[in-house]
Design a protein around this ligand. Structure first.
Ligand code: PMP
Length: 451
């Protein structure tokens, strides 16, 4: 299996040796690395990727879900080309039209985002959400869920993928640091909650209610393990009662679980919402929004005082949340994002249907082969989980699945031209259609016959 892989991707292997001389392990993000070597892609067109050896793959990674119109969608290319020609690179460093247009478009689908701010990534969006929560509540701990990812900074880089033998009691998980260099201080200040377990959340949050500013969660863990409706209802009620803010990290679910994201599907109004990925149309972006009174903490007071002098400005700074960024609200990115949303308004239902078709097709092949498997997911992302469990409700359930066989299947699929990073989820786009589904199911049939 791995011999065929290495033979097919020989040029990638050679390239990675060169890349290792300039970057640690040859990658710009740890997530891009996997053994024996990652495949180095050269081009993306529609639903397909082409690697350095000229192999073509149906792409289900889609840049970790970001590319909901596939690669190089002609309408996005046309829109950003026109924008660049007409406005210039348009990084004015001033307010501009597209910042308002995008905000209004987002509010149409996410009415809970009464005011918004732009950032350059999902990571920055959740980071700003936390700072808003601290400053609004005057409390400085946060609570996050075991197995949930919100970005790569200290407060949330705990218990994302912890070793189960160190993770502690199911009902009161330990805070496990995920990276070298994370300040151990955060083990005391980030409280870990068990997903889909409202009783345990109630016990923990009640204990820490005077210290916890906000609960942040992925409403669909990892983009594929859904919260139960009763859990969501319970969490909203609980946080309200305890005076804790509720932050929905919809970086993955935004415009993917439906146009209105998880908050629309679950009919829950979070206090703050972070968006990213899809809203950038393939470019780096984050949007953070929520209740007006919370966002107003970041309103600069100096803006209202023409003849302000530096002395009073400094005293005001203490009362305002600092938020800045050279590239925030980049016009070219907002153009790509607006075009993406416009296309999705017409085509998202079709992506849902294609995803369902693929899930059912794969499940049927596993059933025929007699291997216990679940296509776990909701909306336009799912994961292939090899499990005999009735339900996958959280991180611990997932850890009990068969990752070894899954990985073998994944490498076979790579050899058959189906791309996702081994063990990763499947994300779909508007340009994945019957042809791609047929190719994928054919590859699966072939692979399963080899097991
Ligand atoms: N939150 C979630 C739920 C994510 O999936 C991600 C990215 N995988 C992030 C935050 C961070 O976003 P970014 O990579 O744009 O910083």
């Amino acid at each position: 299996l791995y011999e065929v892989y290495s033979k097919n991707t020989k040029t990638s292997c050679e390239f990675m040796e060169k890349a290792k001389t300039v970057m640690p392990e040859g990658v710009t993000a740890n997530i891009k690395s996997f053994a024996p070597h990652p495949i180095v892609m050269e081009k993306g067109h529609g639903a397909y990727l082409t690697d350095l050896d000229g192999n073509k793959y149906v792409d289900y990674l889609l840049s970790y879900g970001a590319l909901m119109l596939g690669h190089g969608h002609p309408e996005i290319i046309e829109a950003i080309t026109a924008q660049l020609h007409s406005d210039g690179t348009a990084l004015f460093g001033t307010p501009h039209r597209l910042e308002v247009e995008m905000a209004q478009k987002v509010q149409e689908h996410y009415p809970s985002m009464e005011l918004v701010r732009y950032t350059n990534s999902g990571t920055e969006a959740t980071l700003l959400a936390l700072r808003l929560a601290y400053s609004y509540t005057g409390k400085y701990k946060i609570a996050k869920f075991e197995g949930h990812y919100h970005g790569g900074y200290d407060q949330v880089l705990l218990s994302v993928n912890p070793p189960v033998n160190e993770a502690g009691p199911v009902n009161e998980p330990n805070a496990i640091i995920e990276s070298k260099g994370v300040d151990p201080y955060h083990q005391e200040h980030t409280i870990i909650l068990p997903f889909n377990n409202i009783e345990a959340c109630a016990d923990i949050l009640t204990k820490y209610k005077d210290e916890v500013a906000a609960v942040v969660l992925e409403p669909i863990q990892g983009g594929f393990i859904p919260a139960e409706q009763s859990f969501m209802d319970g969490l909203r009620k609980l946080t309200e009662e305890l005076g804790i803010l509720l932050i929905f990290d919809e970086v993955k679910t935004g415009f993917r679980l439906g146009l209105g994201g998880a908050q629309s599907v679950y009919n829950i109004k979070p206090d703050l919402t972070a968006l990213g990925k899809v809203v950038g149309g393939g470019f780096p972006v984050g949007i953070i929004g929520g209740k007006k009174e919370i966002l107003m903490v970041s309103a600069p007071t100096s803006a209202s005082d023409v003849f302000d002098n530096s002395q009073s400005k400094q005293s005001a700074a203490k009362d305002v949340l600092f938020h800045s960024g050279t590239y925030n609200g980049h016009p070219t990115i907002l153009t790509a994002g607006l075009k993406t949303i416009e296309v999705l308004e017409l085509e998202i239902d079709q992506v849902m249907e294609t995803t369902d078709e693929l899930k059912k097709g794969i499940e049927a092949l596993f059933t025929a082969k007699g291997i216990a498997m679940k296509a776990v997911g909701k909306g336009t992302i799912f994961n292939v989980v090899l499990t005999e469990k009735e339900e996958i409700l959280n991180y611990r359930d997932l850890q009990q699945s068969d990752f070894v066989t899954r990985k073998i299947i994944d490498f076979h699929l790579l050899n058959h031209g189906i791309y996702t990073k081994p063990l990763n989820r499947y994300s779909l786009s508007t340009v994945h259609g019957k042809k791609e589904i047929d190719l994928t199911l054919e590859a699966y049939e072939n692979v399963l016959s080899k097991l």
